[in-house]
Design a protein around this ligand. Structure first.
Ligand code: PEP
Ligand code: MG
Length: 580
């Protein structure tokens, strides 16, 4: 009998999953060197993979040319040239014959050599060819192995997924029916992978380094997304203990669902709007089910991730309209593209950066790629006739960016008027406050927008200079750091001084422990993942507005994060221990 093993990590998405483990290692796909006896057959195998690769690249090129134009499709011509290059393929075939090695090994060896030469070149254009080569190599090797590039999307039966790391792109491909839960070795609570898990309602745990060396695909596992515990090969006693726990949780979840029709207000009647964060138009039915009063953050970048071409204006307008119609009469805040940081943007052919979170991200990408940005702005404007659309710009750090973004929006309005296309002339336009510089000059921004939404995930990471996804410095990532609390207070005062509303759409807004503090600081709206929304409503309804204000006043006098956190925990425990 197999021995039960337990591992403790960080719980990032609630729920209990029981099933069979599937180990996913997307970056370790190269099989070891193998000696082949029939080298002719191996060369044929290699040539077949090349033909298949050519076909895929041509299909991709044509699709991209159709949806965004031939300029963007040129990259695939470069890829084709590599596959069709007789020098490279000739070298691989020679290596297979002389070294009697498998095609994967030979192709990897040759492409690595060329990639090294390219990456050392002075010329930036030629340096970028190293990236093309890596892309082509990945495709050929997948074809040699008969693997699907769809990654986790290719799972065809329910499993609990274990991986060194998952990108937001991997998570976006997950089929909820086949991924019962997942566990990664790295990552943090507010990484986009964790956020996706909460929004897809998939139990998830991050930060268990040793589990991958002690588990095999096919092992039975239990994953507790409430406490962060993974049990490999659970004994009958453990399974029955968890069966009971799961039953208790179900009772509580069903009690919480009954709050759906109730008003979100504190005991003494202070209204706090409760909205949902969503990542794709597929999630929208969960918004209505959760009892949210609209969508406080629609992260549109997930329409762009996990595909090889850019979504066009019609496709985007249709996706936005689906969400708006489902949520009507409540509003939907559509955030413009926030690619970059930990969200891959191969699709825009960005080069690798030393500091992606401080680099070419979000509004910075959009103000440069105005073709991509204006396509999105036009799509959002067009969808605004379907209901209460509001638009929000991410990662604004200074007034010039906001003004330029608004100018491009005006340009789109003019174009649509000329084309005779309708849109909501009164659509509210807001911005995220997630860069400390924006919080500090929130009074200047407040005159130029209709609302603020505090993106605390980034606001915390940029204020304390601690990468939100890096578990090695997770202890420094403190949402209750006095600097963060002061920035939130300053933002709320600036908003209210100018007569506009302010919400929180970062993960702080969905954390029952921090809700009393946010209410006390005066925020008007909390927007969170649907998985936690009923808990947030229960928390709001259990609190007293006066006590929250007193807590905020006290917190502003504290000098350290743990002191503030302890005060928040005290209030939360006194009012809703069952939620903690
Ligand atoms: C945030 O930064 O808090 C936020 C809501 O945006 P994202 O998590 O997508 O960066
Ligand atoms: Mg952000």
């Amino acid at each position: 009998m197999k021995i039960e093993k337990r591992f403790q990590g960080v719980a990032v998405s609630p729920g209990i999953a029981r099933g069979i483990a599937y180990i996913y290692r997307p970056d370790e796909e190269l099989p070891p060197r193998r000696t082949v006896t029939d080298t002719d057959a191996e060369v044929v195998r290699f040539q077949t993979a090349l033909t298949q690769t050519c076909r895929q690249i041509i299909e991709l090129r044509d699709r991209v040319a159709q949806s965004v134009g031939s300029g963007d499709a040129e990259i695939f011509d470069a890829h084709l040239m590599i596959v069709e290059d007789g020098v490279v393929t000739g070298e691989v075939e020679r290596m297979i014959r002389t070294e009697r090695c498998n095609a994967e090994h030979a192709f990897h060896g040759v492409t690595q050599r060329y990639a090294k030469t390219f990456s050392e070149m002075e010329d930036a254009y030629l340096r970028e060819r190293a990236i093309d080569l890596a892309d082509v190599e990945r495709r050929v090797i997948h074809n040699l192995l008969g693997r699907d590039l769809a990654g986790l999307g290719a799972l065809d039966s329910p499993h609990v997924v274990f991986a060194p790391n998952l990108t937001p792109g991997d998570t976006a491909q997950m089929n909820r029916a086949y991924v019962l839960g997942f566990c990664t070795a790295t990552g943090g609570k507010v990484s986009h992978t964790a956020i996706m898990a909460r929004s897809l309602n998939i139990p998830a745990i991050v930060g268990i380094h040793d589990v991958l060396t002690q588990i095999e695909s096919g092992d039975e596992v239990l994953l507790d997304g409430y406490s962060g515990l993974v049990v490999v090969n659970p004994t009958p006693a453990t399974l029955s203990e968890y069966g009971e726990l799961q039953a208790q949780r179900r009772v509580m979840e069903s009690e919480l669902t009954q709050l759906r029709e109730t008003v979100s207000a504190t005991r003494d009647g202070r209204r706090v709007t409760l909205s949902a964060n969503i990542e794709t138009d597929n999630d929208v039915w969960t918004v209505v089910e959760s009892g949210a009063e609209g969508v406080g953050l629609f992260r549109t970048e997930f329409l762009f991730i996990g595909r090889d071409d850019l979504p066009g204006e019609d496709e985007q307008a249709a996706a936005y309209r689906t969400v708006v119609e489902a949520v009507r009469p409540h509003p939907v805040i559509i955030r413009t593209l926030d690619l970059g940081g930990d969200k891959l943007h191969d699709i825009l052919h960005a080069v690798a950066e030393e500091n992606p979170f401080l680099g070419w991200r979000a509004i910075r990408v959009c103000l440069e790629r105005t073709d991509v940005f204006k396509t999105q702005l036009r799509a959002i404007l067009r969808a605004s006739t379907a209901g209460g659309v509001q638009l929000m710009f991410p990662m604004i750090s200074g007034l010039a960016e906001l003004r330029e973004a608004k100018r491009l929006l005006d340009e789109c309005r003019v174009e649509l008027r000329v084309e005779g296309r309708a849109f909501d002339e009164k659509m509210q336009v807001g911005m995220m406050i997630e860069v400390p510089s924006a919080a500090v000059i929130a009074d200047l921004f407040a005159r130029e927008v209709d609302f603020f939404s505090l993106g605390t995930n980034d606001l915390v990471q940029y204020t304390v200079a601690a990468d939100r996804g890096n578990e090695h410095i997770a202890h420094l990532y403190e949402p209750t750091h006095p600097a963060v609390i002061r920035l939130i207070k300053q933002t709320v005062e600036a908003a209210h001084g100018a007569g506009i509303w302010v919400g929180v759409c970062g993960e702080m807004g969905g954390d029952p422990v921090l809700i009393p503090l946010l209410i006390g600081l005066g925020v008007d709206e909390l927007s969170c993942g649907v998985a936690v929304l009923p808990r947030v409503k229960r928390a709001v309804q259990s609190l007293d507005g006066g006590a929250c204000r007193a807590l905020a006043a006290e917190a502003l006098e504290c000098s350290t994060a743990p002191e503030i956190l302890a005060r928040c925990e005290r209030i939360a425990r006194a009012n809703y221990p069952e939620l903690l």
